[in-house]
Design a protein around this ligand. Structure first.
Ligand SMILES: [Zn+2]
Length: 390
């Protein structure tokens, strides 16, 4: 299925632009017409992080005339392993401004518009409506569903990508011509089930592989060339070095883009995706301590059993002295090893997984168990600043 170009051609290219884009202009499928369409195109990148970096850089180099950047975060040292649009001297700067400067260094003819705000139901419609195409590089489910729903309700296509460790996925969602994200994933995963990149890690160069698919699809849609990735999901496995293309059908019962949609406006996405499950929230109520409290318990020699519920690779990076490691998924099988006569104290990286694990423990009768708010990150920032934060 080929689709007509998303964008009308600009009136003309300047002499400088003709020189700059000559390697595009001599490709018959792109040629002057396609390059003029790119010049006229307005593309919004949601996020200037792992996927936004290669996407913005290549869209800029390709000559997309207007690039929007929706990003509210600042550049952190731990971003540089994969977010190649930012450099060492950008640490601490606004990511949006850092990305804008990099784009202008690559191509001064690009008009960059910054949206330095967290996308939410109050601003997404106004921001998206200014663009022809959205490229989604977010790494959390709440924003992902927000982007999908806003695009479907506005009738806009968007290019989606996701990355985790060695695995990546990408697709083009355009309800008018194929499925939307909800056709593929009607419900978000249960809170705490799918770790984010911050929790699970990502091979930096994976961003280039998936960002490259996203950028390629964006250029194809804008110029109307080739077979767009509508109704297909690309699945990339870096360890096997394999790409698979899986057919994805529009779900006629889709709550958003189906025949009888029940979602006709934007919803509360934080509540829809949940930060922690109801069980975890209940378990943590009244059973949450601060890292500084844990420190004083340890200093006083309180009889506690300190359990780290993260994964072994995280344990190797940093741990709280005196802890033992039982990854969250293995906890149910190790309940009999936990002492009944001492208070069990759980921690993880940020306090989300430990709250989930706390629900498991409470359910098994460990009524005095508690977990540490902010996890080992709070410990490393409030108690022992010599430890690394990852
Ligand atoms: Zn749908």
């Amino acid at each position: 299925m080929s689709l007509p170009p998303l964008v009308e051609p600009a009136a003309d290219l300047t002499i400088d632009e003709v020189r700059r884009y000559s390697r595009h202009l001599i490709i018959p499928d792109v040629a002057m017409d396609g390059q003029k369409r790119l010049k006229n195109a307005k593309v919004l990148a949601v996020g200037a992080g792992g996927l936004g970096s290669p996407t913005l850089m290549y869209l800029a180099a390709a000559g997309v005339g207007t690039l929007g950047i929706a990003e509210f975060d600042t550049v952190d040292e731990s971003n540089l392993q994969r977010q190649i649009i930012h450099g060492q001297s950008d640490v601490g700067r606004s990511k949006a401004e850092s990305a804008r400067d990099a784009v202008h260094e690559i191509n001064p003819y690009v008009n960059v518009i910054l949206h330095e705000t967290r996308l939410d139901t109050s601003n997404v419609t106004e921001i998206f409506s200014r663009y022809d195409l959205i490229v989604d590089g977010t790494d959390n489910f709440a924003t992902r569903y927000l982007v999908n729903d806003a695009c479907v309700l506005l009738g806009k296509p968007y290019v989606w990508g996701s990355i985790y460790r060695f695995d990546g996925q990408a697709s083009v969602f355009w309800a008018e011509h194929g499925p939307c994200y909800r056709c593929l994933y009607p419900e978000p995963p249960p809170p705490g089930m799918v770790p984010s990149c911050a929790e699970g890690g990502v091979l930096g160069v994976l961003c280039a592989s998936i960002g490259s698919i996203q950028t390629t699809e964006a250029i194809k849609l804008l110029t109307g060339i080739g077979e767009p990735l509508v109704g297909r999901l690309m699945v990339y496995d870096a360890l096997e070095m394999s790409y698979r293309s899986i057919k994805v059908r529009k779900d006629p019962e889709c709550q958003l883009c189906g025949k009888n949609p029940s979602i006709t406006e934007l919803i509360d996405y934080e509540a829809f995706c949940g930060v922690v499950s109801d069980e975890a929230q209940q378990a943590a109520a009244g059973s949450t301590i601060l890292a500084t409290e844990l420190k004083s318990w340890l200093d006083r020699g309180e009889p506690i059993e300190l359990v780290d519920v993260r994964e072994p690779a995280e344990w190797e990076i940093v741990r709280i002295p005196g802890a033992r490691l039982i990854p969250k998924g293995e906890l149910p099988a190790h309940l009999s090893e936990l002492p009944q006569d001492r208070r069990v104290v759980l921690y993880c990286k940020s306090g989300v997984r430990s709250a989930e694990a706390l629900a498991t423990l409470k359910g098994a009768g460990f009524s005095s168990a508690v977990h540490v708010q902010g996890g080992v990150t709070a410990w490393a920032t409030q108690v022992d600043k010599s430890l690394p934060v990852y």
